[in-house]
Design a protein around this ligand. Structure first.
Ligand code: HEM
Length: 462
């Protein structure tokens, strides 16, 4: 196959190529690369040529049209000790079987049935916010959304709060995430077996997570009561052909996967949502028009979500500006051609949601926060593959409806009751992690809204 003559791309170093640049500042390097070289750029890594793809047509090709020709990158093997053979890691027949088995648990009616519990957790959390407002106390926004989303996951997945284990569980999730982010660019796994403090911390954190999830599954198997949570739904799931349920190991891998794929992503996006919205009073008043009309004096339910369309658009726009899951890599199984460029079997392609969704070629004033980009008319005007915060094609995020519902309830309830003032830097930079977490802490203060204090709308059902 003959394609274009050598496409221009960044030089990098002898042998290792651009690997040190990717490792040092993944987002900064990829951003500079598309700015300098365009939407299809060769990247030399360890004497191989990978490609950075930044055009919606490329995204559609890899994720949807020719998805069978692309498997996940071996870089993800670093996550295998944590996620095992769960949905995120599996390929081929195992993935197809598990996806078919689990997908029904995430159907809209199933997710809607978790709404009551989700809202109860948010409401409980907002009582803490009321106490903070009364005390004029500043708090760390990222820690707060991390705590809230973990509590929601624990309650809706397992119907438990874990009590004292909750904090240790949260710490372990953070350790695992942060160390994995560093490991992803390691050339070999040898250093990960050395008895360093970091490696020990990683091992301990994984063991703790597995032990807690394992214990919950065992207790559930022994329980005689009926439960309405995600674990019950997963345990009831049966293979359409064999009628078999999942064994304990597969169940644990799937639960770990749902926890890890779903927690930091949602927490990070919610923190960005609070930060960005609190700087846009005009949009917050539009958001409040709907929430004041609908949920001022009672707790919302799943049926109320369609009455909060602007809140949803604001969240969709946050997912465009700050996609917490912001890049991924795939490897071609057979020879292929993308955008006229031959792609040999074994070639890695990189795609970044952040870069495509913030491309000035695809979006007017991409850095501007404009929820109306998600009006039906404007959505119809652009390629579906210009926006894919939850991925695309058959491997699209299984938890997107869960995450969107969680954010819609949380944001509506939070802004309905509180004014949020950011008291630290308003433009924190991004950390070099798997999720697009702000590198600096964001501190905020709360005030109960005047209309609420004056009793116009009451303080909502408590
Ligand atoms: C704002 C929150 C979230 C974002 C931005 C997000 C993003 C993504 C993306 C981009 C993928 C595709 C990865 C790829 O193709 O390589 C994905 C897959 C996945 N997500 Fe999410 N996710 C979020 C929340 C959740 C939640 C709440 C859950 C679980 C309850 C979840 C579970 C999963 C699973 C299991 C997969 C693998 C699916 C498969 O390969 O079949 N995610 N997510």
């Amino acid at each position: 196959m003959f394609g274009r003559d050598r496409l221009p791309g960044p030089k990098g170093y002898p042998i290792v190529g651009v690997l040190p640049l990717l490792r040092a500042d993944t987002l900064g390097f990829l951003k500079r690369t598309v700015e300098a070289y365009g939407d299809l750029v060769p990247l030399s890594i360890l004497m191989h040529t990978a490609y950075l793809l930044n055009d919606p047509a490329h995204v559609e090709h890899v994720m949807q049209r020719n998805y069978r020709n692309y498997r996940k990158t071996p870089m993800l093997e670093k996550l295998r000790p944590i996620l095992g053979d769960g949905l995120f890691m599996s390929e081929g027949e195992l993935w197809t079987r598990q996806r078919n088995l689990i997908q029904p648990s995430f159907h809209k009616e199933r997710i809607d049935s978790l709404a009551g519990r989700m809202v109860a957790v948010i409401n409980e959390h907002l009582k803490l916010w009321q106490r903070r407002a009364a005390a004029g106390q500043a708090f760390n926004l990222s820690d707060d959304t991390s705590f809230l989303t973990l509590e929601i996951a624990l309650q809706t997945f397992f119907g438990t709060t874990l009590g004292h284990d909750g904090a240790a569980f949260a710490d372990a999730m953070k350790v695992v995430h942060d160390i994995s982010a560093k490991r992803i660019w390691n050339l070999t796994s040898i250093t990960e077996w050395l008895p360093t403090r970091e490696n020990r911390a990683f091992k301990q954190a994984v063991a703790l997570l597995h032990a807690v999830v394992g214990r919950i599954i065992t207790e559930r198997r022994q329980s005689k009561s009926t439960h309405n949570d995600l674990l019950a739904i997963l345990m009831d799931a049966r293979d359409a052909e064999t009628n078999e349920a999942m064994n304990d190991k597969q169940l644990r891998d799937e639960v770990m996967t749902l926890m890890l794929a779903g927690h930091d992503t949602t927490a990070t996006m919610m923190a960005w949502a609070l930060l960005i919205l609190s700087q846009h009073a005009d949009h917050v008043s539009r958001l409040r028009q709907e929430s004041d009309a609908l949920i001022a004096n009672r707790l919302p339910g799943a049926a109320d979500l369609k009455g909060l369309p602007f809140t949803k658009r604001a969240i969709q726009e946050i997912a465009r500006l700050r996609p917490s899951f912001w890049w991924f890599a795939r490897v071609a199984i057979d020879d292929d051609v993308i955008g006229g460029q031959p792609i040999k079997a074994g070639t890695t392609v990189f795609i970044s949601q952040y870069l495509v969704q913030n491309s000035p070629k695809l979006w007017d004033e991409p850095e501007k926060f404009d929820p109306d980009r998600f009006s039906p008319e404007r959505i119809a005007q652009r390629s579906q593959f210009a926006y894919f915060p939850f991925g695309a094609g058959p491997r699209v995020c299984i938890g997107s409806n869960f995450a969107l519902m969680e954010m819609q309830f949380s944001i509506a309830m939070m802004f309905s009751m509180f004014d949020i003032e950011i008291v630290s830097d308003l433009t924190p930079s991004f950390g070099n992690l798997i999720t697009l977490r702000p590198v600096d802490d964001i501190w905020a203060k709360l005030r109960i809204r005047k209309s609420r204090i004056a009793g116009e709308n009451g303080l909502g059902a408590q």
